[in-house]
Design a protein around this ligand. Structure first.
Ligand SMILES: Cc1cc2nc3c(=O)[nH]c(=O)nc-3n(C[C@H](O)[C@H](O)[C@H](O)COP(=O)(O)OP(=O)(O)OC[C@H]3O[C@@H](n4cnc5c(N)ncnc54)[C@H](O)[C@@H]3O)c2cc1C
Ligand code: SF4
Length: 329
């Protein structure tokens, strides 16, 4: 049986109280939302914080509301709450789909959308017990000095494996981050960096409080997930695509994001040059899918063969764009 290391548990009722606790305990503290990622990681001794600051008692960080054309979701809202919200289903159904595809029902009842955005990266050589990792001499991300995936260099390439960020990125969502002295707003597309050790521009002690999604009636978004089984599993590949429908039946601003491969969600670039507007016919869809394939080169950070995962990129992108086109008709 894996035991948790000892820690003190704090239950603030407001964001202000949570920030004051975070300031008092500094690097010894971690926020815990649903705990569905942090607690297993603590059992594996990947993190051993002396203080856990719970977010589940802070009502101002929960709920979904639509105001002035912006859908606002509290970061401590559960994934079940997001998937079942009538506002999310009506205005951004792809986000409801993404939330519904995370793990299984029990985990979605506890796990939050904020925790999903802040999810730690994952790797075959990292998400293991301390005993297992010690027998291999640990690795760069935790306690060691070598990366067993790249074997050279000093870069961690553990995989970003969260389902909701790609959808939030193609929908131009932003997050509100409460720092010790100020509040800032960051587009989700600028939130992640290509560093598997810590891939997010949210400092420890900063709190992600809300997610804001601008609603545009012309925008259609589609989410797809590739995984080993049809339940519980983390993504091998997540694809989100979105585009704006033009009055003449064409499309503009076709955009896509994939994740589950490298240490951050990858924006698919070069699509403007392939599709400048007009219909998304089969040739255009094929060209966009092939461009995505050329851009993605997963490494052996997962037990599933990277060549197969790469080969599935154009397949899933093509399926997503075909669904998007069909959604409009
Ligand atoms: C069996 C299993 C299967 C899973 N499958 C999937 C899957 O298919 N797809 C997927 O995306 N995830 C999956 N997960 C991971 C996880 O359950 C979800 O990502 C979930 O959304 C994490 O949210 P949480 O509230 O439980 O985060 P926590 O575990 O509470 O926190 C995760 C991290 O985020 C930080 N954090 C949390 N909230 C905030 C905040 N508001 N501000 C700042 N920092 C914060 C914590 O300090 C911690 O570092 C799975 C987990 C398990 C155990
Ligand atoms: S990618 Fe390398 S450094 Fe990162 S967790 Fe895996 S083995 Fe460790």
């Amino acid at each position: 049986m894996l035991r948790l290391p000892p820690f003190e548990y704090h239950t603030p009722r407001t964001v202000e109280e949570a920030m004051s606790l975070a300031a008092s305990y500094g690097a010894e503290a971690r926020f815990v939302a649903g705990g569905t990622d942090l607690i297993p990681n603590m059992k594996h001794r990947l993190f051993e914080p002396e203080h856990l600051i719970a977010l589940s008692f802070i009502d101002e960080m929960k709920g979904v509301r639509m105001a002035d054309g912006v859908l606002e979701i509290g970061a401590a809202e559960s994934l079940t709450g997001v998937a079942e919200s009538t506002d999310v289903q009506r205005w951004v159904p792809a986000l409801a789909e993404a939330a519904r595809h995370v793990a299984g029902p029990q985990i979605r009842n506890r796990g939050t959308i904020g925790g999903n955005l802040c999810l730690d990266t994952r790797c075959t050589y990292y998400n293991q017990t301390e005993f297992w990792r010690r027998s291999l001499g640990f690795c760069l991300k935790k306690d060691g000095d070598v990366c067993h995936v790249t074997r050279v260099g000093r870069k961690c390439v553990a995989a970003h494996s969260a389902d909701t960020p790609p959808v939030l990125m193609v929908l131009d969502a932003e997050v509100v981050i409460q720092g010790p002295g100020e509040t800032r707003t960051v587009p989700v597309r600028d939130l992640f960096i290509a560093d598997g050790i810590r891939n997010i521009r949210v400092e420890l002690g900063e709190l992600l409080t809300r997610i804001r999604i601008p609603i545009h009636s012309r925008t259609t978004c589609v989410y797809r997930k590739l995984r080993q089984r049809q339940a519980v599993d983390f993504p091998l590949l997540t694809v989100a695509v979105a585009a704006d429908a033009d009055p003449d039946g064409g499309w503009s601003r076709v955009r896509g994001v994939v994740t589950g491969l490298g240490s951050r969600p990858r924006e698919l670039t070069g699509w403007d040059a392939i599709h400048e507007g007009g219909p998304l016919d089969d040739d255009v869809v094929d060209a966009l899918a092939e461009r995505a394939h050329a851009q993605c080169r997963p490494l052996e950070n997962h037990i599933v063969d990277p060549d197969w995962r790469r080969a599935m990129v154009p397949v899933e992108v093509r399926r997503a764009l075909t669904e998007l086109r069909a959604a409009a008709t």
